[in-house]
Write a protein that binds this ligand. Structure first.
Ligand code: NAD
Ligand code: TYD
Length: 378
């Protein structure tokens, strides 16, 4: 089947993996990567597919309603996979307005343009999809809990029946009430509400998914894992917020892209799916794993870079624990992660060390001044 699909934010971290997967897997689809190329957008992420005949890049701001409406008409768009966003919590604490503009107003602008275009067609919403990519951070923060006599992480059972390690008894389910704490998660929560409102009010065929923290190649080195890999290789301090006790649930980015593919094609309209790999880690444990892996791959003595760990003032409003229950996706659509975490971290560290030029490019020049201001005083 032929389809014309816009993927927003395709030059970013997760978006570039989704674009790559769709361009390679669906030669009959036309894949349009729509991206404003902010500091986080980098077309070098897509070098391997940029010449493919079913791929096109369009530089556009998702807030530009007129331009997007025109694109929908010209390209006869029938599917939208929306990833474009401001995505870094620390930046949202310094500059919440940019997050409201892009994440809330930008999403609303796409929804309204899609509505007007699709409603103007004879078949209207038939065969159309507006798929919005969101985060588990909208659910707020989970408690760390310690069952009587058992030190976390303890083994527990997901609703799918799978056993895994956890730092608390509660999880984020699709039914968990939204309770965002950071300006980033508040802006994502707001955009999720708008997407669902367009289904409930106008009948737009929408889907929302909420995924846990991603890691892997092409992530901008302001997020924990690539920032620390880059700092370790340059023997720079590793700023650990607070005591390093916060827990995040990590998923290899290619597995997120695979889930997006499955849900875009097989997910039920108006449903929400949580995406995650039942893979909880305390920050400090992940940091030590990353240090050991970098040291081993660079031929440095094991633990040689542990001295770079530098405890710094905690992030404002730092959420204690995120943990996704992805049983619904696993049971209903048969998706599961393809990688164990140890394998994913090894691949990831290796990728950054093999792609020093990519790392140097994004951390130098114009990036450098912004980047240095961001991290000044830490
Ligand atoms: P990213 O910051 O790496 O990439 C964002 C992309 O959006 C960039 O290419 C940027 O240029 C583009 N963009 C930003 N503002 C734009 C605008 N106004 N118009 C057009 N393009 C714009 O982000 P990411 O980590 O790849 O996240 C992608 C999506 O997935 C986001 O919606 C994020 O909330 C969500 N998400 C991320 C994670 C994660 O761990 N990174 C986890 C769950 C969900
Ligand atoms: P991050 O990668 O920014 O993702 P998110 O805030 O969306 O979860 O941060 C992951 C965790 O690592 C989070 O608990 C904050 C912590 N962190 C540090 O301790 N130091 C750092 O320099 C960064 C960027 C994050």
């Amino acid at each position: 089947m032929k389809r014309n699909i816009v993927i927003t934010g395709g030059a970013g971290f997760i978006g570039s993996h989704v674009v790559r997967l769709f361009v390679n897997k669906y030669p009959d689809y036309k894949i349009i990567n729509l991206d404003k190329l902010t500091y986080a957008g980098n077309l070098a992420n897509l070098k391997d597919i940029e010449d493919k005949p079913n791929y096109k890049f369009v530089k556009m701001d998702i807030c530009d309603f007129d331009a997007f409406y025109k694109l929908m008409q010209e390209e006869q768009i029938d599917g939208i996979i929306h990833l474009a966003a401001e995505s870094h919590v620390d930046r949202s604490i310094k500059d919440p307005f940019t997050f409201a503009r892009t994440n809330v107003m930008g999403t609303l602008s796409l929804l309204q343009a899609a509505k007007l275009y699709w409603e103007s067609l004879p078949e209207k919403y038939e065969g159309k999809r507006f798929y919005h990519i969101s985060t588990d951070e909208v659910y707020g923060a989970l408690q760390m809990s310690n069952p009587e006599g058992i030190e976390p992480p303890f083994t527990t059972k997901a609703s799918s029946g799978e056993h895994h390690l956890a730092y608390g008894k509660d999880f984020f389910y699709e039914t968990t009430k939204y309770n965002p704490h950071s300006p980033y998660s508040a802006s994502k929560a707001s955009s999720d509400h708008f997407v669902r409102a367009f289904h409930d009010t106008y009948g737009m065929p929408t889907i929302v998914t909420n995924c846990s923290n991603n890691y892997g190649p092409y992530q901008f080195p302001e997020k924990l894992i690539p920032l620390f890999i880059n700092n370790i290789r340059n023997r720079k301090p590793l700023p650990v917020y607070g005591k390093g006790e916060n827990v995040r649930d990590w998923l290899y980015v290619v597995d997120h892209a695979r889930a997006i593919d499955t849900i875009f094609h097989e997910g039920t309209i108006a449903e929400t799916y949580n995406i995650g790999g039942f893979n909880e880690w305390k920050n400090i444990d992940i940091i030590k794993t990353v240090i050991n892996t970098v040291d081993r791959l660079l031929g440095r003595p094991e633990g040689a870079d542990l001295d770079l760990i530098t405890y710094v003032t905690d992030r404002l409003g730092h959420d204690a624990r995120y943990a996704i229950d992805s049983s619904k996706l696993q049971k209903e659509l048969g998706w599961e992660p393809s990688l164990q975490f140890e394998e994913g971290i090894e691949k990831t560290v290796k990728w950054y060390l093999d792609n020093e030029e990519w790392l140097d490019n994004v951390t130098s020049g114009d990036y450098q001044s912004y980047y240095e201001n961001m991290y000044k005083g830490r």
